[in-house]
Ligand binder design. Structure first.
Ligand SMILES: Cc1ncc(COP(=O)(O)O)c(C=O)c1O
Length: 454
């Protein structure tokens, strides 16, 4: 389907008798808060999806939206790409899962090893969260040290250690040179907080000094080179290089979490930044739309998983690890992503981000955009974004983003409530234009609402 020039309301879900409303009613009886995935909760209630076709999603009430979320960046080709669908269904017809390895896992592993400079060997998991958990366990097993360091505000999935200081705020985040370790989940044991050192992102001297102070106890420094929840701000190249140097000097494993940022290029974020970690976590796009994760790295570190000769240093089971349907779909999706395909998405992403800046300016609504490649994030404020703290929103800014999100989903665009969005190869110039037209119109409405409130 191609984009249309007409901006139509997509608000059928909001009617009290909509199909989404009825599903939500049923869901609340059997799912806590009607929800199985915190991320997709949307107040006052979610919109239920019926089907996807390329870059469009149709909801159960028949409204169609341009999908700028792509299951939180995991669908690099949008929905139901024929090659991916065919690879998955052909494999599925020969059995969904086995208590034996299958050839498909070797094919996808070989593609990843071939493309990602820091990965000599790889293991598959079912999610990015598990990949991060296994990377941390591998680093502990390899170094024999107990602690990890991670960056303030960065999301790495739901492993306790990786969640620390994910959503700290000005009331509890502590000094900038030594951020406080703040629990994200109620019930997090205090011992976890003692084992996680929190670092300021993009602040080279402060981060290096803190790593040096803790070095003897650190198994790993975990970093996403462009952490989405912390603002989708790319790491400064000299900052990443300094983190690499200090970790190498102290025998600390450097883990790049590229679950999202692998999207930025054929060789991933590490190829783009030209900095090689010891371990890398992947997920999202490498599964072709199916549940997936992977941890890869230097063979010397990955040897902690080697089962030859008895129990490995770091055992790693998982009933569905390297599931052949996921492996087949992921291989098909990744084979389509050659260097030209990444370049094309890069170019579209650049156009979209500069168009977004222009829309904010034209509408007279304070706002900005961050991101790289096919990824972008809208910010409801106009300032320089450097790190997590610089993206913290005032009440007025948070209300602006909530209004903008509502206008976008009510006028044909699906994007995350946090402002995260991404492109897929199913999109072209026409879809970028459509997106900017809807954004333009939505910002006018937001401006009208803000003036009305003042
Ligand atoms: C950077 C990063 N790491 C890890 C994860 C966890 O991946 P999953 O949702 O597959 O568990 C995510 C999920 O969004 C992520 O963005």
């Amino acid at each position: 389907m191609t984009a249309t020039k007409t901006i139509l309301p997509t608000q059928a879900y909001a009617r009290p008798d909509s199909k989404s409303a009825k599903l939500w009613e049923r869901a609340q009886h059997v799912l806590p808060g009607g929800n199985s995935r915190t991320t997709v909760y949307m107040a006052p209630r979610p919109i239920y999806a019926a089907e996807g076709d390329g870059c469009w999603i149709t909801d159960v009430d028949g409204d169609r939206r341009l999908d700028l979320l792509n299951n939180y960046t995991s669908l690099i080709h949008g929905h139901a790409h024929p090659a991916v669908t065919s690879a998955a269904t052909q494999r599925l017809a020969r059995g969904a899962s086995f208590p034996l390895p299958t050839p498909e896992e070797i094919d996808l592993a070989a593609l990843i090893v071939d493309r990602v400079p820091g990965i000599e060997q790889v293991r598959f998991t079912n999610s990015g969260s598990e990949a991060v958990m296994m990377a941390i366990k591998a680093a502990r097993g390899f170094t024999g040290r107990p602690k990890i360091a991670k960056f303030e505000g960065a999301y790495h999935g739901s492993y306790d250690w990786a969640e620390v200081s994910l959503s700290s705020g000005s009331g509890d985040w502590g000094p900038a040179d030594a951020p406080t370790s703040v629990a994200y989940t109620k019930g997090t044991p205090p011992s976890v907080l003692e084992e996680v050192v929190v670092l300021p992102f993009n602040r080279t001297e402060l981060a290096v000094a803190r790593i040096e102070r803790e070095a003897g106890n650190l198994a790993a420094v975990l970093i996403d080179p462009m952490p989405n929840r912390a603002g989708l701000i790319p790491a400064r190249p000299e900052f990443l290089r300094a983190i690499r140097e200090v970790t190498r000097a102290h025998g600390i494993c450097l883990i790049f979490d590229e679950v999202i940022s692998f999207r930025v290029g054929y060789h991933g974020a590490q190829g783009m930044f030209d900095v090689l970690p010891d371990l890398t976590t992947l997920g999202k796009i490498i599964g072709g739309g199916f549940p997936v994760g992977a941890v890869g790295g230097r063979a010397e570190v990955m040897a902690v998983f080697d089962p030859r000769g008895g129990k490995p240093a770091v055992p790693h089971g998982g009933t569905f690890n390297a599931n052949p349907v996921t492996m087949a779909a992921g291989l098909a999706a990744m084979q389509l992503m050659d260097e030209k395909a990444f370049d094309r998405l890069d170019e579209l992403g650049r156009k979209l981000r500069s168009g977004i800046e222009a829309c904010f300016e034209r509408a007279g609504v304070p706002g900005g955009v961050t991101g790289l490649g096919s990824l972008f994030r809208l910010h409801p404020a106009q300032r320089t974004f450097v790190d997590f703290r610089s993206t913290a929103q005032s009440t007025q800014e948070a209300a602006r983003l909530a209004r903008l999100h509502r206008q976008l989903i009510d006028h044909g665009i699906l994007i995350s409530p946090t402002g995260l969005g991404c492109l897929s190869t199913a999109m072209g110039e026409a879809e970028v234009e459509y997106c900017l037209e809807v954004l333009n119109a939505s910002l006018q409405l937001v401006r009208g609402e803000e003036v009305g409130k003042a």
